[in-house]
Design a protein around this ligand. Structure first.
Ligand SMILES: Cc1ncc(COP(=O)(O)O)c(C=O)c1O
Length: 408
C-alpha cells in the first residue's frame, strides 16, 4: 500500500487542561498521597456505577488480589476464570497461592461460556493436595458485559462468590430486571476496575473495587495501607495523639491524590467518552458489514458495551500477523486478539501450583482442545484503532486499509 499518509495509534487517552489543573491542585495542596482527593473520587465513582462502596487502589491487579482475599481464596483453592484475558486476571489468583481453572469463551462475545462452568466446579485431589473451587472470577472482556445472569445462577447454586474483572468495563451496562444498570453496581460480589491508559478513562495507573458489602470495603481499606489501623487523614486531623497498630498483614496498594484528582476529571468526561465510542463502534459495524469473511463483534440484547476495544475476526484466508503488518506499514496500528494465559511459559512449565510439576495440566504452550475458542480468538482476531479523538477521515482510512488487506 503506497499511501502512507497516516499514523493512527490503537488508542489514545483523552486528557487535557482540566486533568493538568487537577493534578496541580493536588500538588499545590501539599497532600499528594492517598487523602481527600482519593476519598472524593471514591464517592463519585460509587455514585456513577450505583454501588454502595468504592475503594481506590494502585491498579486493577491489586484490586483483584484484594477481592479474591476478601471472598476467602486461600492457598490450594481453585478459582474458575478464563485463560482468554490479560495475564493479570490469572496472576491475581496465583498471588493468593490459588489455582486458576480455565474455562473456554463464547466465540461471539469473547466472554466466559457459562455452559462450561459447572463442569469444572468441585473437589478433587491434585498433586497430593485436596483442592476445591472457592470463587468464580469473570471478565467483561474489552468492555462487553459477560452473561452475569447465567453465571450468578450457577454461583448461587454452588454457593460461590463471583468477582467481576471489570478492568475494561467502566461505563458498560447490563439489562437487569428490566433496567439498564452500570457494570460495577456490582451484580456479583465485588467488581474491579482499571485506569490504565488503554482503558476508557485513566489516572496513569489506578484501580477501584466496588461492593455492597461494608465489611469487605473496610477490609480493603486496611489491606491497601499496610494493614494500618488508622488512616493518615485521621491522624493528621486528630486533636489527640493517636498510635496506630497493624492487626494484619497488609500491602501498599494505595492510589495517590494526584491520580485521584485526575480521575475525578476523567469521570466527568466519561458519559461523553462512552457516547462517542458507541458512535464509532456503530460506524465500524456499518462500514465493515459487507467485508466477505470478516466477523464483527456482537452485542447481546441485554448488554451495552463501552467499546473499550473493537475486535474483528479475520477472514479465514488472512494470516493475522501479515494483516497487522500491512496495516502498520500503511500507518494503522492494530493489536492481535486478547492473549491466552495458558499458552504462556509462566503457566506451563513452571512448577507454580503446589511445588511440583503439574503433570495433570491438559494444556501447554502448543495448545489445548478444551480452550479451542480462546485460542482461536487470540490467533484469528485483531483490534482496530478506537479512541475519542479519532476523526471520521482516520476511521474511514482504517476501514479502507483493512478492506484492501483482507481481499480474497
Ligand atoms: C481484563 C483485565 N484485567 C486486569 C487488568 C490489569 O489492570 P491493571 O493494569 O490496572 O493492573 C487488565 C489490564 O490490561 C485487563 O485488561
Amino acid at each position: 500500500m503506497s499511501e502512507k499518509t497516516q499514523n493512527i495509534p490503537i488508542a489514545k487517552p483523552w486528557l487535557g487542561e482540566p486533568e493538568a489543573e487537577a493534578a496541580k491542585r493536588a500538588i499545590m495542596s501539599g497532600w499528594v498521597t492517598q487523602g481527600p482527593e482519593v476519598a472524593a473520587f471514591e464517592r463519585e465513582f460509587a455514585e456513577y456505577v450505583g454501588s454502595q462502596h468504592a475503594c481506590a487502589v494502585s491498579n486493577c491487579t491489586t484490586a483483584l488480589h484484594l477481592a479474591l482475599l476478601a471472598v476467602g481464596v486461600r492457598p490450594g483453592d481453585e478459582v474458575i476464570t478464563v485463560s482468554h484475558s490479560y495475564i493479570a486476571t490469572a496472576n491475581s489468583i496465583r498471588y493468593c497461592g490459588a489455582i486458576p481453572v480455565f474455562v473456554d469463551i463464547e466465540p461471539q462475545t469473547y466472554n466466559i461460556n457459562p455452559m462450561l462452568i459447572e463442569d469444572v466446579i468441585g473437589d478433587r485431589l491434585r498433586c497430593g493436595m485436596a483442592e476445591r473451587t472457592r470463587a468464580i472470577l469473570v471478565v467483561h472482556q474489552m468492555g462487553m458485559p459477560c452473561n452475569l445472569k447465567a453465571i450468578l445462577d450457577i454461583a448461587q447454586r454452588y454457593d460461590l462468590p463471583v468477582i467481576e474483572d471489570a478492568a475494561c468495563a467502566i461505563g458498560s451496562e447490563i439489562l437487569w430486571d428490566g433496567q439498564w444498570e452500570k457494570i460495577g453496581k456490582p451484580h456479583g460480589d465485588i467488581a474491579c476496575f482499571s485506569f490504565h491508559p488503554r482503558k476508557v478513562i485513566t489516572t496513569g495507573d489506578g484501580g477501584m473495587l466496588t461492593t455492597n458489602n461494608l465489611q469487605w470495603d473496610k477490609q480493603f481499606r486496611l489491606w491497601r495501607q499496610h494493614g494500618m489501623s488508622v488512616p493518615d487523614t485521621v491522624r493528621h486531623g486528630a486533636k489527640q495523639v493517636i498510635f496506630e497498630s497493624y492487626p494484619m498483614l497488609g500491602y501498599n496498594y494505595r492510589m495517590t491524590d494526584i491520580q485521584a484528582a485526575v480521575g475525578r476529571e476523567q469521570l466527568k468526561r466519561l458519559p461523553e467518552i462512552v457516547k462517542r465510542r458507541r458512535y464509532l463502534a456503530q460506524r465500524y459495524h456499518e462500514m465493515l458489514a459487507d467485508v466477505p469473511g470478516l466477523k464483527l463483534p456482537t452485542e447481546p440484547s441485554w448488554a451495552k458495551s463501552n467499546w473499550q476495544s473493537y475486535c474483528v475476526r479475520l477472514p479465514e484466508w488472512c494470516e493475522q500477523r501479515q494483516v497487522m503488518q500491512v496495516m502498520l506499514d500503511a500507518g494503522v496500528s492494530t493489536r492481535r486478539g486478547i492473549m491466552c494465559v495458558h499458552r504462556e511459559l509462566a503457566y506451563t512449565s513452571e512448577a507454580w501450583s503446589c511445588g511440583v510439576e503439574r503433570k495433570d495440566c491438559d494444556y501447554d504452550v502448543g495448545g489445548c482442545d478444551r480452550l479451542y475458542e480462546s485460542e482461536q480468538a487470540q490467533d484469528r482476531t485483531s483490534l482496530l484503532p478506537l479512541f475519542h479523538h479519532i476523526t471520521q477521515q482516520e476511521q474511514d482510512y482504517v476501514v479502507k486499509v483493512l478492506k484492501m488487506t483482507c481481499q480474497v
